[in-house]
Design a protein around this ligand. Structure first.
Ligand SMILES: *[C@@H]1O[C@H](CO)[C@@H](O)[C@H](O)[C@H]1NC(C)=O
Ligand SMILES: *[C@@H]1O[C@H](CO)[C@@H](O)[C@H](O)[C@H]1NC(C)=O
Length: 574
């Protein structure tokens, strides 16, 4: 692992100091003075918006011309929230700067009608009662920000995701304008040197028996992000689509912070009907569902390492059905793209996460819930290990009670204890094991460790260790599909609301798993997704299934980590 990438992970810069520093370097003395004033203002008036944390000055645009320098960009709504400073922002309730949290942390009802999660677990407050004052203050200020109606989305503030975003957004916009010309059959308006090309990730099929459809969240994310990766490297506009019934439109799950990836299925189906070679209206299916690594290698690099991706699929509209990732694969197999990507500020560590956060912004309620936990995990006094235990699809529908005990799965805790022993620093006052599992029974038993002194001592190596969960509903993206394997006669019928809550929970927990210092995961797609999204290689440990638990690695040994390379060769690839 290259050490210079270590800082690229999240969680190290809650304060935005790094950004202030970087901006300051590029700004004139005058604007530097302004930054200092604003920074001071943020110290004395913490509620004040428009502080440098979210404020990128105009002069930064020039700085953007230099392609090697990473450029922070903002989503339109962060920009909007900077522009207007409401009167209540000046209301300082506690002038001494002492902030105190409410007795329960309740996520406000989402202003736009989108999903509102339940309250974050009360253990968060319990943990905060034993962190240093500065950390409590920091969390409290973060909480105050996140309950506000215009809570901003932060992305690439320190340039950690490179410098390609504005250029791609402009390309995407141009392609959408061209699409309007195509729809109006105004072909004269098109520039023959700049053929409009599109690529769409499509999850259409409702899963039927013996066919896994589009797969779960991890499958879908793998397919969606790699499809965008291709779009980015070949100047295609990108779309992503989930059928309304499978289990609901993707537009409900994620906002579109920077580009409009909404796919108008019926309009596109009517417009693109030509064969591959048609100048403007050709279409072409690409299906890599469940493809194995050698098939992906043959598909992506038929001409070998110098393969130009633009030559792979040439139709105006490429329609992709896939649950396969090929980002790390490309870094390793191509002798053309790694250089291009590095110039864009992308590398084998940050690409998956940076592309994900660029495309898909969780809706406001989920984002608040994520940050209510993330802000805790980010505190300097907290050492965190994410533990994700998949007990199997069976457990969701038909739990095998006898196996779902702390004792059976204690090898995950052993690994977490080894990580704590190896990496915990003296300033880590608390150790948080953030637990995700598909078994409600196992989750309850693990939570009981917090209150049972005897089992706490037996399974958790340090007395400062707390097991933390979200308490959100446990769900599979394709519950009906899972149910079919277990109980064909009466598949589970869920309301739309339950489905939305369930899939949001899967997103929230996955995004949080990406934010822990280390991860102990079941070696399947879901944990892998979080490992890639963490942007830090070498901090994830894959655990064997329960039947081979004697083969669990010694997690105190860094060599036992499951690397991005290893992960990219398994399951949905990468
Ligand atoms: C791939 O080919 C296209 C022309 O078809 C060209 O514009 C592009 O620069 C090539 N990409 C690379 C990486 O060589
Ligand atoms: C299927 O589900 C129904 C209702 O939950 C239950 O009564 C039945 O026993 C289940 N069948 C099997 C084979 O699990």
């Amino acid at each position: 692992m290259a050490p210079e990438y270590q800082h690229l992970g999240r969680g190290n810069d809650f304060s935005g100091m790094m950004l202030k520093y970087r901006c300051a370097r590029a700004l004139t003395i005058a604007s530097m003075a302004a930054i200092v004033l604003l920074a001071l203002a943020s110290v004395f008036y913490p509620g004040l918006k428009g502080t440098p944390e979210f404020h990128i000055g105009e002069s930064n645009k020039d700085y953007a011309q230099d392609y090697d320098v990473p450029v922070p960009i903002e989503s339109p709504d962060t920009v909007a929230s900077n522009d207007k400073i409401g009167t209540d922002d000046y209301t300082i309730t506690e002038p001494e700067g002492k902030c105190s949290l409410p007795t329960t942390l309740t996520i406000p009802k989402s202003e736009d009608g989108s999903y509102t999660p339940t309250s974050p677990h009360s253990d968060i407050l319990a943990i905060l009662s034993s962190v240093p004052e500065d950390d409590y203050e920091q969390y409290c200020q973060g909480w105050r920000k996140l309950v506000k109606p215009d809570y901003p989305y932060t992305y690439n503030l320190n340039g950690e995701c490179g410098n390609w975003q504005e250029k791609y957004a402009a390309l995407h916009k141009r392609r959408l304008t061209q699409l309007d010309s195509l729809k109006a059959n105004d072909l004269d308006k098109l520039d023959s040197q700049d053929r409009p090309t599109y690529i769409a990730y499509k999850c259409v099929q409702v899963a039927t028996n013996g066919n896994r459809g589009c797969g779960g969240l991890a499958d879908r994310m793998s397919g969606m992000i790699s499809t965008f990766f291709y779009a980015l490297l070949t100047d295609r506009a990108y779309f992503a689509y989930w059928d309304d019934e499978n289990p609901f439109s993707l537009d409900i799950l994620f906002e579109k912070p920077f580009i409009d990836w909404h796919y108008e299925k019926s309009a596109m189906d009517q417009l693109f009907i030509g064969d591959v070679d048609d100048d403007y209206f050709g279409t072409q299916p690409v299906d890599t569902l469940n493809a194995k690594w050698p098939t992906m290698e043959n598909t992506l690099f038929p001409d070998g390492a110098s393969q130009n991706f633009s030559d792979l699929w040439t139709a105006s509209l490429v329609q992709v059905r896939s649950n396969r990732g090929y980002i790390i694969h490309t870094f390793e197999s191509s002798n053309v793209y790694p250089d291009i990507l590095h110039k864009m500020g992308l590398n084998v560590h940050n690409t998956f996460g940076c592309l994900t956060d660029y495309l898909f912004k969780p809706t406001i309620g989920s984002r608040r819930f994520i940050d209510a936990y993330k802000n805790l995990l980010d505190l300097e006094s907290i050492f965190s290990v994410g533990i994700q235990i998949r007990t199997g699809d069976n457990q969701i529908v038909n739990p095998k009670e006898d196996e779902l005990t702390v004792e059976s799965y204690s090898y995950f805790l052993t690994c977490a204890n080894q990580l704590t022993k190896a990496y915990r620093q003296p300033y880590h006052k608390k150790v948080v094991y953030f637990l995700i599992t598909d078994s409600a029974k196992l989750r309850d038993e693990m939570m009981d460790l917090n209150t049972n002194a005897a089992t706490h001592q037996e399974y958790l190596s340090s007395k400062d260790t707390v097991v933390l969960t979200t308490g959100l509903p446990i769900e599979h993206v394709e519950p009906a599909q899972v149910a079919k394997y277990i109980n064909i006669t009466e598949p589970i019928v869920e309301t739309q609301e339950q489905k939305v809550a369930g899939i949001n929970s899967a997103v929230i927990e996955n995004w949080l798993l990406a934010n822990t210092n280390y991860r102990v995961i079941s070696q399947q797609g879901y944990g892998k997704l979080a490992a890639f999204h963490s942007n830090i290689d070498g901090t994830t440990y894959g655990m064997p299934r329960i039947t081979s638990k004697h083969r669990a690695p010694d997690c105190g040994n860094p060599k036992a980590a499951t690397s991005f390379h290893d992960l990219s060769m398994l399951w949905s690839l990468g």
